[in-house]
Design a protein around this ligand. Structure first.
Ligand code: MTE
Length: 314
């Protein structure tokens, strides 16, 4: 049983974030579209039966910035397991079956195991946080994510003193994830964080967005959101979490180490070898804007990188 408050226990003002109030009509439009499954295939069937996220609580992590429209956030995705074009995941992930999802927790910890998503979330309140996601290709979005701080989840498994990093893995199943039938990436998709990054209060294990369970194309049923790093660190459809002593390998770094480093902190001063990272286009906006160091989260995260040369450790 998941001990979370039901939406009906709360006033609307308790559960609906301020920017959503302001865009009330759009929210209604989005919610009803989700309810009827009309917006996109990715929300039909099993996604609606996923983890109950209805009792989420509004958190202090929010912004006055306008939310990206739901249709853009769910139709312009990178999820190579369902194709390499931005519109592929919305077209191809509709039948992705996430029933009976299991996550293994292993490595340097006293309490390893294989558990269901419901078990993982048990005892935690799902909160809504409005975070920016800045992708390395210089586009960005503002999304109301639903999730639980990764730190509070990780602590359940009692990492030991050798746990210096956390490694994450996406499901490997070329039948359910047809993009894995092509060797465009080294499957399964893998990512990693340093322990202090994983434990940072901003790091979210997300199970939904826009008030609903995670759409398939956005990483159902569970994904990371690491808002001060480029989007590729936010690994989708996670099945494995491992505490490690050494720095884990990461998918994009394996593919192209000169372009994608382990840290991948949003940094306008460090260009990608093929383009500048100084500007970004918020999806839905015409004009580009200046990219901000750590994607605007410097106050919360800059101290973790004191003394590091972020041009070398990009
Ligand atoms: N996770 C997996 N498993 N496979 C992927 O291809 N793409 C990453 C990241 N997580 C990716 C992934 C990249 S490049 C980005 S920008 C974000 O997911 C996109 O997240 P979104 O679809 O929610 O915008």
């Amino acid at each position: 049983m998941i001990k979370i408050k039901k939406a009906s226990d709360c006033r609307e003002s308790d559960i609906t974030p301020e920017p959503v109030y302001k865009k009330r009509r759009e929210f209604m439009k989005t919610s009803s579209a989700i309810g009827t499954g009309l917006v996109l295939g990715g929300l039909q069937g099993n996604a609606l039966a996923a983890l109950d996220v209805s009792g989420f609580k509004k958190s202090g992590y929010t912004t006055d910035e306008e939310l990206t429209e739901f249709k853009d956030a769910t139709r312009y995705n990178n999820f190579y397991e369902f194709g390499t074009a931005k519109e592929d995941p919305a077209s191809n992930a509709g039948n992705f079956n996430t029933d009976d999802w299991r996550i293994s927790i292993s490595g340097e910890c006293d309490n390893p195991g294989v558990i269901s998503l419901e078990d993982l979330m048990q005892g935690h309140t799902i909160e809504e946080r409005v975070y920016r996601l800045r992708c390395v290709e210089a586009w960005s979005m503002v999304i109301p994510w639903l999730g639980v701080p990764l730190a509070s989840i990780l602590q359940q498994f009692k990492p030991n003193s050798r746990a210096k990093y956390v490694a994450f893995k996406t499901l490997l199943d070329p039948e359910r994830m047809p993009g894995q039938q092509r060797s465009v990436l080294d499957w399964p998709y893998i990512e990693g964080l340093r322990m202090d990054e994983a434990m940072n209060p901003l790091t979210l294990l997300a199970v939904g967005m826009y008030g609903k369970p995670m759409p398939n194309q956005n990483g159902a049923p569970v994904r990371l959101v690491v808002p001060w790093k480029y989007g590729f660190k936010s690994i989708k459809s996670i099945v494995s979490i491992e505490f490690t002593e050494t720095q884990p390998k990461t998918t994009w770094n394996i593919l192209s180490p000169g372009e994608y480093g382990f840290y991948s902190n949003v940094n306008p001063e460090v260009s990608h070898p093929r383009w500048s990272q100084a500007k970004e286009r918020r999806i839905g906006n015409f004009f580009r804007r200046d990219t901000v160091m750590f994607n605007g989260y410097a106050d919360e995260v800059a101290a973790m990188y004191t003394g590091m040369d972020l041009k070398k450790q990009f």
